[in-house]
Design a binder for this molecule. Structure first.
Ligand code: FEO
Length: 395
Protein backbone atom coordinates (compact mmCIF):
# COMPACT_ATOMS: atom_id res chain seq x y z
CA UNK A 1 0.00 0.00 0.00
CA UNK A 2 1.29 3.44 -0.84
CA UNK A 3 -0.13 6.90 -0.49
CA UNK A 4 1.53 10.12 -1.56
CA UNK A 5 -0.16 13.49 -1.97
CA UNK A 6 1.01 16.60 -3.77
CA UNK A 7 0.86 19.79 -1.72
CA UNK A 8 2.38 22.04 -4.37
CA UNK A 9 4.32 21.18 -7.55
CA UNK A 10 7.52 19.57 -6.29
CA UNK A 11 6.29 19.30 -2.70
CA UNK A 12 4.66 16.03 -1.63
CA UNK A 13 3.44 14.37 1.55
CA UNK A 14 5.09 10.95 1.66
CA UNK A 15 4.49 9.99 5.31
CA UNK A 16 2.45 7.31 7.03
CA UNK A 17 -0.95 7.30 8.72
CA UNK A 18 -0.96 5.17 11.89
CA UNK A 19 -4.67 4.43 12.26
CA UNK A 20 -4.16 1.82 14.98
CA UNK A 21 -1.70 3.43 17.41
CA UNK A 22 -3.42 3.91 20.74
CA UNK A 23 -0.61 4.99 23.08
CA UNK A 24 2.33 7.37 22.85
CA UNK A 25 5.29 7.53 25.24
CA UNK A 26 3.60 4.65 27.13
CA UNK A 27 1.50 7.44 28.66
CA UNK A 28 -0.69 9.37 26.26
CA UNK A 29 -3.82 7.70 24.84
CA UNK A 30 -4.30 8.30 21.12
CA UNK A 31 -8.04 7.75 20.60
CA UNK A 32 -7.79 8.99 17.01
CA UNK A 33 -4.46 7.38 16.05
CA UNK A 34 -1.78 9.65 14.57
CA UNK A 35 0.29 10.27 11.49
CA UNK A 36 4.02 10.68 10.88
CA UNK A 37 4.22 13.33 8.19
CA UNK A 38 7.25 13.21 5.96
CA UNK A 39 7.65 15.69 3.12
CA UNK A 40 9.57 15.36 -0.13
CA UNK A 41 10.82 18.60 -1.69
CA UNK A 42 12.08 18.27 -5.27
CA UNK A 43 14.00 21.30 -6.48
CA UNK A 44 15.48 21.75 -9.95
CA UNK A 45 18.88 20.55 -8.66
CA UNK A 46 18.49 18.80 -5.33
CA UNK A 47 15.95 16.71 -3.47
CA UNK A 48 15.27 16.91 0.25
CA UNK A 49 13.16 14.92 2.68
CA UNK A 50 11.81 16.71 5.75
CA UNK A 51 11.44 14.33 8.70
CA UNK A 52 11.20 10.57 8.42
CA UNK A 53 8.62 8.30 10.09
CA UNK A 54 8.42 5.94 13.03
CA UNK A 55 10.48 2.77 12.57
CA UNK A 56 7.27 0.70 12.52
CA UNK A 57 6.25 2.57 9.33
CA UNK A 58 9.61 2.51 7.55
CA UNK A 59 8.21 0.24 4.80
CA UNK A 60 5.46 2.74 4.08
CA UNK A 61 7.89 5.62 3.60
CA UNK A 62 10.23 3.48 1.53
CA UNK A 63 7.39 2.37 -0.78
CA UNK A 64 6.07 5.92 -1.12
CA UNK A 65 9.49 7.11 -2.30
CA UNK A 66 9.79 4.11 -4.63
CA UNK A 67 6.39 4.81 -6.24
CA UNK A 68 7.46 8.39 -6.89
CA UNK A 69 10.62 7.03 -8.56
CA UNK A 70 12.98 8.78 -6.14
CA UNK A 71 16.47 7.51 -6.94
CA UNK A 72 18.43 10.09 -5.02
CA UNK A 73 17.89 12.17 -1.91
CA UNK A 74 20.52 14.82 -1.21
CA UNK A 75 19.36 16.13 2.14
CA UNK A 76 17.32 14.66 4.95
CA UNK A 77 16.18 17.37 7.34
CA UNK A 78 15.81 15.90 10.82
CA UNK A 79 13.80 18.63 12.51
CA UNK A 80 13.74 16.67 15.78
CA UNK A 81 15.42 13.49 16.97
CA UNK A 82 12.51 11.74 18.66
CA UNK A 83 12.10 8.28 17.23
CA UNK A 84 8.61 8.79 15.76
CA UNK A 85 10.36 11.02 13.19
CA UNK A 86 13.81 9.48 13.12
CA UNK A 87 13.28 5.75 13.73
CA UNK A 88 13.47 4.96 10.01
CA UNK A 89 16.57 7.10 9.33
CA UNK A 90 19.02 4.23 9.24
CA UNK A 91 16.95 2.50 6.55
CA UNK A 92 16.77 5.73 4.52
CA UNK A 93 20.49 6.32 4.74
CA UNK A 94 21.14 2.81 3.44
CA UNK A 95 18.70 3.35 0.57
CA UNK A 96 20.04 6.80 -0.29
CA UNK A 97 23.82 6.68 0.24
CA UNK A 98 24.35 10.26 -0.97
CA UNK A 99 21.99 11.77 1.58
CA UNK A 100 23.33 13.96 4.36
CA UNK A 101 21.31 14.58 7.49
CA UNK A 102 20.75 18.20 8.57
CA UNK A 103 19.66 18.98 12.11
CA UNK A 104 20.45 21.22 15.04
CA UNK A 105 23.63 20.38 16.97
CA UNK A 106 21.50 18.93 19.79
CA UNK A 107 19.50 16.87 17.32
CA UNK A 108 22.58 15.44 15.62
CA UNK A 109 24.05 14.49 18.97
CA UNK A 110 20.83 12.72 19.95
CA UNK A 111 20.64 10.87 16.61
CA UNK A 112 24.14 9.54 17.23
CA UNK A 113 23.23 8.59 20.82
CA UNK A 114 20.22 6.70 19.49
CA UNK A 115 22.53 4.92 17.05
CA UNK A 116 20.49 6.06 14.06
CA UNK A 117 23.14 7.94 12.04
CA UNK A 118 26.93 7.82 11.75
CA UNK A 119 28.89 11.02 12.30
CA UNK A 120 30.10 11.13 8.67
CA UNK A 121 26.55 11.68 7.37
CA UNK A 122 25.67 14.63 9.62
CA UNK A 123 25.65 18.37 8.99
CA UNK A 124 24.57 21.06 11.43
CA UNK A 125 21.60 23.24 10.46
CA UNK A 126 22.26 26.68 11.93
CA UNK A 127 19.53 29.16 12.79
CA UNK A 128 18.44 31.13 9.68
CA UNK A 129 20.82 29.15 7.46
CA UNK A 130 19.45 28.53 3.98
CA UNK A 131 20.22 25.63 1.65
CA UNK A 132 19.41 25.70 -2.06
CA UNK A 133 17.65 22.96 -3.98
CA UNK A 134 17.88 24.97 -7.22
CA UNK A 135 14.55 26.69 -7.79
CA UNK A 136 13.52 26.05 -4.16
CA UNK A 137 15.30 26.78 -0.91
CA UNK A 138 14.97 25.65 2.68
CA UNK A 139 15.66 27.95 5.60
CA UNK A 140 16.11 26.57 9.10
CA UNK A 141 14.61 28.26 12.14
CA UNK A 142 15.90 27.21 15.53
CA UNK A 143 13.00 26.30 17.85
CA UNK A 144 14.32 24.60 20.98
CA UNK A 145 11.97 23.39 23.70
CA UNK A 146 8.83 22.65 21.83
CA UNK A 147 9.20 19.72 24.18
CA UNK A 148 12.78 18.65 23.34
CA UNK A 149 15.82 20.95 23.12
CA UNK A 150 16.67 20.03 19.55
CA UNK A 151 13.81 21.15 17.31
CA UNK A 152 14.08 23.29 14.18
CA UNK A 153 11.38 24.50 11.80
CA UNK A 154 12.00 24.65 8.05
CA UNK A 155 10.68 27.39 5.79
CA UNK A 156 10.17 26.86 2.08
CA UNK A 157 9.91 30.48 0.95
CA UNK A 158 9.12 29.83 -2.71
CA UNK A 159 5.91 27.99 -1.76
CA UNK A 160 5.33 29.81 1.56
CA UNK A 161 5.21 26.53 3.47
CA UNK A 162 6.41 26.33 7.07
CA UNK A 163 7.29 22.86 8.34
CA UNK A 164 6.97 22.83 12.12
CA UNK A 165 7.60 19.21 13.21
CA UNK A 166 5.70 18.52 16.49
CA UNK A 167 4.80 22.21 16.94
CA UNK A 168 1.18 23.02 15.93
CA UNK A 169 0.48 19.33 15.23
CA UNK A 170 -2.20 16.92 16.35
CA UNK A 171 -2.38 13.21 17.00
CA UNK A 172 -5.07 12.44 14.46
CA UNK A 173 -5.18 9.75 11.80
CA UNK A 174 -7.26 11.35 9.11
CA UNK A 175 -7.88 10.96 5.37
CA UNK A 176 -7.87 14.74 4.89
CA UNK A 177 -4.44 16.11 3.99
CA UNK A 178 -5.54 19.57 5.12
CA UNK A 179 -7.65 20.53 8.12
CA UNK A 180 -11.26 20.52 6.95
CA UNK A 181 -13.34 20.29 10.10
CA UNK A 182 -11.67 22.92 12.28
CA UNK A 183 -13.92 22.16 15.27
CA UNK A 184 -12.69 18.56 15.38
CA UNK A 185 -9.12 19.59 14.81
CA UNK A 186 -9.30 22.29 17.48
CA UNK A 187 -10.00 19.64 20.15
CA UNK A 188 -7.37 17.29 18.83
CA UNK A 189 -4.72 20.02 18.59
CA UNK A 190 -5.59 21.35 22.05
CA UNK A 191 -5.25 17.92 23.60
CA UNK A 192 -1.90 17.47 21.83
CA UNK A 193 -0.75 20.91 23.01
CA UNK A 194 -1.71 19.98 26.57
CA UNK A 195 0.14 16.68 26.54
CA UNK A 196 3.31 17.82 24.81
CA UNK A 197 3.71 21.59 24.57
CA UNK A 198 2.09 23.02 27.69
CA UNK A 199 5.09 22.58 30.02
CA UNK A 200 7.08 24.83 27.65
CA UNK A 201 4.64 27.75 27.41
CA UNK A 202 7.32 30.45 27.50
CA UNK A 203 9.23 28.85 24.61
CA UNK A 204 5.97 28.38 22.71
CA UNK A 205 5.28 32.10 22.93
CA UNK A 206 8.80 32.95 21.75
CA UNK A 207 8.46 30.65 18.74
CA UNK A 208 5.08 32.13 17.89
CA UNK A 209 6.68 35.59 17.95
CA UNK A 210 9.42 34.47 15.58
CA UNK A 211 7.11 33.03 12.94
CA UNK A 212 4.13 35.38 13.40
CA UNK A 213 4.94 37.71 10.51
CA UNK A 214 6.44 35.14 8.19
CA UNK A 215 4.47 34.96 4.90
CA UNK A 216 2.97 31.50 5.32
CA UNK A 217 0.28 29.94 3.13
CA UNK A 218 0.55 26.43 4.58
CA UNK A 219 1.67 25.11 7.97
CA UNK A 220 2.87 21.55 7.67
CA UNK A 221 3.39 19.84 11.04
CA UNK A 222 4.79 16.33 11.36
CA UNK A 223 1.62 14.93 13.00
CA UNK A 224 -1.96 15.35 11.85
CA UNK A 225 -3.50 17.43 9.05
CA UNK A 226 -1.82 20.49 7.48
CA UNK A 227 -3.29 23.97 7.79
CA UNK A 228 -4.21 25.99 4.71
CA UNK A 229 -5.51 28.65 7.09
CA UNK A 230 -2.49 29.15 9.36
CA UNK A 231 -4.25 31.75 11.56
CA UNK A 232 -6.58 29.06 12.86
CA UNK A 233 -3.83 27.15 14.65
CA UNK A 234 -1.59 30.17 15.38
CA UNK A 235 -4.45 32.02 17.11
CA UNK A 236 -5.38 28.88 19.05
CA UNK A 237 -1.78 28.49 20.28
CA UNK A 238 -1.62 32.17 21.20
CA UNK A 239 -4.71 31.72 23.33
CA UNK A 240 -3.62 28.48 25.01
CA UNK A 241 -0.10 29.76 25.71
CA UNK A 242 -1.31 33.15 27.00
CA UNK A 243 -1.75 33.98 30.68
CA UNK A 244 -5.55 34.11 30.29
CA UNK A 245 -7.50 31.56 32.33
CA UNK A 246 -11.16 30.57 32.13
CA UNK A 247 -13.85 30.64 34.79
CA UNK A 248 -13.54 26.88 35.23
CA UNK A 249 -12.63 24.35 37.92
CA UNK A 250 -11.01 21.04 37.02
CA UNK A 251 -12.09 18.46 39.58
CA UNK A 252 -10.25 15.13 39.40
CA UNK A 253 -11.50 12.96 42.26
CA UNK A 254 -11.55 9.39 43.49
CA UNK A 255 -13.80 7.86 46.12
CA UNK A 256 -13.70 4.51 47.95
CA UNK A 257 -16.86 4.40 50.06
CA UNK A 258 -18.76 7.33 48.52
CA UNK A 259 -17.88 10.04 51.07
CA UNK A 260 -15.59 11.91 48.66
CA UNK A 261 -17.99 11.30 45.76
CA UNK A 262 -20.88 12.83 47.72
CA UNK A 263 -18.66 15.83 48.46
CA UNK A 264 -17.57 16.10 44.81
CA UNK A 265 -21.18 16.00 43.58
CA UNK A 266 -22.27 18.62 46.10
CA UNK A 267 -19.29 20.80 45.22
CA UNK A 268 -19.97 20.56 41.47
CA UNK A 269 -23.52 21.86 42.03
CA UNK A 270 -22.26 24.56 44.39
CA UNK A 271 -19.87 25.82 41.71
CA UNK A 272 -22.37 25.63 38.85
CA UNK A 273 -24.99 27.51 40.86
CA UNK A 274 -22.43 30.30 41.29
CA UNK A 275 -21.75 30.48 37.55
CA UNK A 276 -18.45 28.56 37.60
CA UNK A 277 -17.82 25.91 34.92
CA UNK A 278 -16.71 22.48 36.12
CA UNK A 279 -14.75 19.71 34.39
CA UNK A 280 -15.20 16.63 36.58
CA UNK A 281 -13.07 13.48 36.27
CA UNK A 282 -13.69 10.22 38.11
CA UNK A 283 -10.09 9.02 38.39
CA UNK A 284 -11.11 5.35 38.28
CA UNK A 285 -12.34 5.81 34.70
CA UNK A 286 -10.93 8.68 32.72
CA UNK A 287 -8.65 9.56 29.83
CA UNK A 288 -5.31 11.18 30.69
CA UNK A 289 -5.49 13.30 27.53
CA UNK A 290 -8.93 14.68 28.45
CA UNK A 291 -7.65 15.70 31.88
CA UNK A 292 -4.57 17.31 30.33
CA UNK A 293 -6.75 19.22 27.87
CA UNK A 294 -9.01 20.43 30.68
CA UNK A 295 -5.97 21.84 32.48
CA UNK A 296 -4.96 24.05 29.53
CA UNK A 297 -6.95 27.09 30.58
CA UNK A 298 -8.97 26.40 33.75
CA UNK A 299 -8.34 28.93 36.53
CA UNK A 300 -8.60 26.41 39.36
CA UNK A 301 -7.95 22.77 40.11
CA UNK A 302 -9.50 20.99 43.07
CA UNK A 303 -8.38 17.44 43.81
CA UNK A 304 -10.76 15.08 45.58
CA UNK A 305 -9.35 12.14 47.49
CA UNK A 306 -10.12 9.86 50.39
CA UNK A 307 -7.42 8.78 52.83
CA UNK A 308 -5.99 5.32 52.31
CA UNK A 309 -2.99 3.68 53.94
CA UNK A 310 -2.48 6.89 55.93
CA UNK A 311 -2.19 9.09 52.82
CA UNK A 312 -3.83 10.33 49.63
CA UNK A 313 -5.29 7.80 47.24
CA UNK A 314 -2.60 6.84 44.66
CA UNK A 315 -4.92 7.79 41.78
CA UNK A 316 -5.29 11.30 43.20
CA UNK A 317 -1.53 11.53 43.72
CA UNK A 318 -1.01 10.44 40.12
CA UNK A 319 -3.33 13.21 38.91
CA UNK A 320 -1.38 15.73 41.00
CA UNK A 321 1.96 14.46 39.66
CA UNK A 322 0.62 14.65 36.10
CA UNK A 323 -0.65 18.22 36.59
CA UNK A 324 2.70 19.17 38.10
CA UNK A 325 4.57 17.75 35.09
CA UNK A 326 2.27 19.46 32.57
CA UNK A 327 2.69 22.87 34.28
CA UNK A 328 -0.66 24.40 33.32
CA UNK A 329 -1.29 28.09 33.96
CA UNK A 330 -3.77 27.23 36.75
CA UNK A 331 -3.89 29.96 39.41
CA UNK A 332 -5.77 28.42 42.35
CA UNK A 333 -6.07 25.02 43.97
CA UNK A 334 -7.67 23.20 46.82
CA UNK A 335 -8.33 19.70 48.11
CA UNK A 336 -11.55 18.07 49.19
CA UNK A 337 -11.89 14.60 50.66
CA UNK A 338 -12.43 12.42 53.64
CA UNK A 339 -10.64 10.38 56.27
CA UNK A 340 -11.45 7.82 58.94
CA UNK A 341 -8.68 8.07 61.48
CA UNK A 342 -6.07 10.48 60.10
CA UNK A 343 -3.10 10.54 57.73
CA UNK A 344 -0.97 12.78 55.52
CA UNK A 345 -3.37 13.11 52.61
CA UNK A 346 -3.31 16.93 52.43
CA UNK A 347 0.44 17.21 52.76
CA UNK A 348 1.10 14.59 50.07
CA UNK A 349 -1.10 16.30 47.47
CA UNK A 350 0.27 19.76 48.25
CA UNK A 351 3.93 18.77 47.94
CA UNK A 352 3.22 16.94 44.68
CA UNK A 353 2.55 20.29 42.93
CA UNK A 354 5.79 22.31 43.31
CA UNK A 355 5.97 23.41 39.64
CA UNK A 356 2.65 25.22 39.75
CA UNK A 357 2.44 28.75 41.05
CA UNK A 358 -0.75 28.13 42.99
CA UNK A 359 -2.67 29.98 45.62
CA UNK A 360 -4.30 27.34 47.82
CA UNK A 361 -7.75 27.74 49.33
CA UNK A 362 -8.39 25.99 52.63
CA UNK A 363 -9.19 22.32 52.03
CA UNK A 364 -12.46 20.69 53.02
CA UNK A 365 -11.93 17.31 54.67
CA UNK A 366 -14.79 15.34 56.21
CA UNK A 367 -14.40 12.75 58.96
CA UNK A 368 -16.28 9.83 57.48
CA UNK A 369 -19.53 10.66 55.70
CA UNK A 370 -19.85 14.42 54.96
CA UNK A 371 -22.17 16.24 57.35
CA UNK A 372 -23.88 19.61 57.33
CA UNK A 373 -20.74 21.36 58.52
CA UNK A 374 -18.80 19.87 55.57
CA UNK A 375 -21.43 20.93 53.04
CA UNK A 376 -21.27 24.45 54.45
CA UNK A 377 -17.48 24.37 54.03
CA UNK A 378 -17.90 23.26 50.42
CA UNK A 379 -20.29 26.16 49.83
CA UNK A 380 -17.69 28.48 51.35
CA UNK A 381 -14.96 27.09 49.07
CA UNK A 382 -17.20 27.45 45.99
CA UNK A 383 -17.94 31.05 47.03
CA UNK A 384 -14.22 31.86 47.41
CA UNK A 385 -13.42 30.35 44.02
CA UNK A 386 -16.28 32.20 42.34
CA UNK A 387 -15.12 35.50 43.87
CA UNK A 388 -11.51 34.98 42.73
CA UNK A 389 -12.63 34.09 39.22
CA UNK A 390 -14.74 37.25 39.07
CA UNK A 391 -11.69 39.27 40.16
CA UNK A 392 -9.69 37.71 37.30
CA UNK A 393 -12.42 38.51 34.79
CA UNK A 394 -12.58 42.12 35.98
CA UNK A 395 -8.79 42.58 35.88
FE1 FEO B 1 6.52 13.66 17.28
FE2 FEO B 1 8.56 14.78 19.75
O1 FEO B 1 8.00 13.66 18.40
Amino acid sequence: MTLTREIRPGVSWVGAIDWDRRLFDALIPLPGGTSYNSYLIQGSEKTALIDAVDESMADVLQNNLKVLGIKRIDYIIAQHAEQDHSGSLRRLLDLYPDARVFGSARCLDLLMQFDLVGKDRLQEAKDREKISLGDKSLQFISAPWVHWPDTIFTYLAEDRILFTCDFLGSHLACSDLFAVDEAVLYRSAKRYYAEIMMPFRQSINRHLDRIWDLPVAVIAPSHGPLYARPRFILDAYRDWASDKVKNQVVLPYVSMHDSTRIMADYFVDALISRGVGVLRFDLTDYDVGDLAEALVDAATVVIGTPTILAGAHPLALYAAILANALRPKTRYASIIGSFGWGGKMLEQITVALPNLKLQFFDPVVAKGRPKEVDFQALDRLAEEISAKHKELEAA
